[in-house]
Ligand binder design. Structure first.
Ligand SMILES: [Zn+2]
Length: 218
């Protein structure tokens, strides 16, 4: 499978499409902490006072509720289903050219320290009859990013979910992330990023296809 300028052009178009749909990807972000029942606020109060703070001081009065609502949003992937996210966005199509969607922003939370890790995902696939609306790749990433995670597992879950839904010739997912648990504490390697990848189908079996994708990320 050789892909020349066509792939480069397609990639540029996709990035524009993703930027334009950014407001659609996070429609409820500004007011996520304004609604919903709170049932963990007393635990969060205990946590704050256990850390030596005075939970009754003015600045902290609403903090337990805010923290809970924030955490519920940041872990909303547990209640999102890939099938629902993809609903109506799978299309029948001919062709088997590589599609590359780069720089999909994500924010996740490491399961060891409950601190954020965040960065970008890059996804490529070679269709086999089915193609997916481009903005949906970001939605699928969010389903798995908004959980307590390790980056390696998140990357594999994104690849496996897309493999199952699209039944393509192959899927490749690369994620690059900065981990606050490394940057704020411990080894304090502030400049380091972690890259993980998951290759499925032809991206796993064919070195040349895999290399074309990796070259497209440079
Ligand atoms: Zn961690």
């Amino acid at each position: 499978m050789t892909l020349g300028p066509e792939m480069a052009t397609a990639t540029v178009t996709e990035e524009v499409a993703l930027r334009d749909s950014a407001h659609l990807i996070h429609p409820s972000a500004p007011d996520f902490d304004e609604v919903g029942e709170c049932s963990l606020d007393h635990l969060i109060s205990k946590l704050i006072s256990g850390l030596g703070e005075d939970v009754s001081r003015e600045g902290l009065l609403k903090t337990p509720e805010r923290v809970e609502r924030s955490l519920r949003f940041l872990t909303s992937g547990y209640t999102s289903r890939v099938e629902d996210v993809l609903n109506g966005a799978l299309f029948e199509a001919e062709g088997s050219e590589m599609v590359v969607v780069k720089h999909i922003e994500f924010y996740s939370m490491c399961e060891h320290h409950m601190l954020p890790f965040f960065g970008h995902a890059h996804i490529a696939y070679i269709p086999n009859k089915k193609i997916l609306g481009l903005s949906k790749f970001a939605r699928v990433v969010d389903v798995f990013a908004r959980r307590m995670q390790v980056q390696e597992r998140m990357t594999s879950q994104i690849a496996d979910a897309l493999m199952q839904a699209l039944e393509p010739e192959g899927i490749a997912v690369v994620t690059e992330a900065s981990h606050l648990c490394m940057m704020m504490r411990g080894v304090e390697k502030q400049g380091s990023t972690t890259r993980t990848s998951a290759m499925r189908g032809v991206f796993k079996s064919d070195a040349r296809t895999r290399q074309e994708f990796l070259d497209a990320l440079k």
